[in-house]
Design a protein around this ligand. Structure first.
Ligand code: ATP
Ligand code: MG
Length: 273
């Protein structure tokens, strides 16, 4: 595995998550191969980098790659994969599963579940993965979903184990358990990785509501490395990383001038510890 760090930017709407994601990924890519990925359905990387980025990984420059995930495509391919595996194993349930998958696609955490599954594959290709998320708590939801999915697979594992016992008693082989074990292992591997290699920047500005949201992120993800960041810092003092106002941070040259060194240093500190 190549991955040195998963870097997440979360926080209230408009505080600068996407701008800081771009500037940080740009700096990280000067050292190692980096993927900047937006999971916000209202993507803004193209506008900020001033380069068209789309739902396929784009080589931006040197060691920097970027991607604006298509939520729809990702959820679609994830549910299709899961349900076609299940349909092969449980052919008598195929039509019921098809119906269920229609609902699952629109469930509140479908996107986060599919994103989590996707993240694991990136660890073999990139040293740094920088994730830009949507406001309204999408980043928190991503971590909560990871735990929820793990709980769900523990439950399925118990059910599948009972079923296997029954099938063995009837003299039949059951492959469902193997499928569940593989998926359970995958989510456990991802949770371990997220725990060891995630770094979360809870971005705010000097506006009280944005600060409250950053504090909420910090409290909710106590078991992870969370740094509060005040973007467009003016004068406030406290326990956070300060990023000053830059000048029209659009396009690679302007983004390069943003003073995001403290963010980059914390990432290097994590990846060398
Ligand atoms: N350090 C900075 N200096 C100057 N302008 C900044 C800085 N950070 C962000 N901005 C500006 O603030 C605005 C909002 O930034 P951005 O789009 O990055 O926020 P966001 O948190 O990603 O928003 P959303 O929640 O809508 O995704 C943009 O116009 C951006 O150029
Ligand atoms: Mg944004």
């Amino acid at each position: 595995m190549l991955l040195k760090a998963f870097v997440f930017f979360g926080g209230k709407g408009g505080v600068g998550k996407s701008t800081l994601s771009c500037a940080t990924a740009l700096k990280l890519s000067e050292r190692d191969k980096t993927l900047l990925i937006s999971i916000d359905p209202a993507h803004s990387l193209s506008g900020i980098l001033n380069i068209p980025i789309g739902p396929k990984v784009k080589h931006v420059k040197e060691q920097l790659y970027a991607l604006e995930l298509s939520a729809e495509d990702l959820v679609e391919s994830y549910t299709q994969r899961v349900f076609s595996n299940l349909g092969d194993l449980l052919p008598h349930l195929r039509s019921g599963l098809k119906e269920y998958s229609k609902y699952l696609r629109h469930s509140p955490t479908a996107l986060e579940t599919a994103v989590l599954d996707y993240l694991l594959d990136l660890t073999k290709e990139y040293f740094y993965v920088v994730v830009d998320s949507a406001p309204t708590g999408q980043m928190l939801r991503l971590f909560e979903t990871a735990h929820m999915v793990k709980g769900w697979f523990m439950f399925l594992y118990k059910l599948a184990k009972d079923r296997e016992r029954l099938e063995a008693f009837m003299g039949r082989k059951d492959s469902l358990l193997e499928l569940i074990i593989n998926r359970k292992r995958r989510i456990e591997e991802l949770l371990d990785l997220l725990k060891q290699k995630s770094l979360i920047f809870a971005v705010a500005n000097e506006e009280p509501l944005s600060l409250q949201e950053a504090e909420h992120i910090e409290k909710s993800l106590k078991f992870l490395k969370v740094y509060k960041v005040i973007n467009r810092w003016r004068s406030m003092e406290g326990d956070f990383i300060k990023i000053p106002q830059g000048e029209c941070p659009y396009g690679i040259e302007a983004l390069r001038k943003l003073k995001v060194e403290p963010l980059v240093e914390s990432i290097f500190a994590l990846s060398t510890s």
